[in-house]
Design a protein around this ligand. Sequence first.
Ligand code: GLN
Length: 310
Amino acid sequence: MISEPFIDYQKLFLEMAEELREMDDIGTIASYIPELRNVDPNKFGIHLTTIDNQNYCLGDSNDKFSIQSISKVLSLALAFELEADKLWDRVGVEPSGTPFNSLVQLEYEKGIPRNPLINAGALVICDVLVSRLKNTKQAFIEFARRVSGNKNIDYCPRVAESEKKTGFKNAALINLMKSFGNIKNDIEVVLDFYFNLCSIEMTCKELAQEFLFLASNGVNPLTNVRVVDASKSKRINAIMQLCGFYDEAGEFSFKVGLPGKSGVGGGILAIHPGKFSIAVWGPKLNSKGNSYKGMRILEFLTTRTQSSIF
Ligand code: GLN
């Protein structure tokens, strides 16, 4: 058996700071949600939390930002816990190979989205949670706070409202799925929950700590809260590995080699099962809608440490 290399995180973070000073900084900030245009494009933060609660950070790691699609992992965790394998009657686990808001496959595949991390799939998950949780928005944010014991986690009503005004693609997706019978609740109610879900704000530190349960067989070691059982935790990581970066999931696997999830706010969450969770944030996105610098620095991290899941 090949032994895992020891990671000196302190040294690694010094090297990452050096790497960042030299790194080119290209890409564009997401503007299709008007409120996201107001973010300083030059921000950049990193926070890594190990499963034994060592913490390492760099840059703007204590600034709140819009986690956008990263929250789809949390809604998936709750819906999977509530529905177990019944969930897979309504949403698949295959990579889409298409942009996050694409409509193309959905008609051919009769309103069953490819996976829960593209917009169509996340809308189905929201529909499940609206059916399951009374006062869905409140119940969901309480769940999010309980996972990491952090009462400061909240929605951003400004971002949710801003997306509601321009979210025509999401409205098209949900209407198409409703026509196939794969949305059970009122469209407006589900969309409202979806836009709020995407508007959740966290710092890199909060994000890394919120999702540490995926590095630790479904239990957050900081709070001892069991979020999902070990098998579901493994499966959520598998879905992130294959679907977390839309039509760039292969590239992320190839270059970084960790399960992860991105959001158009410029955040990326990545998990090294059994070791750590890491959140990076840089608002400038590449052409696939993923943080340019975030992808680059995570590639540096796993290359430098010679440690990925592969
Ligand atoms: N709220 C965004 C949307 O639905 C989320 C997209 C993303 O982060 N990739 O378009």
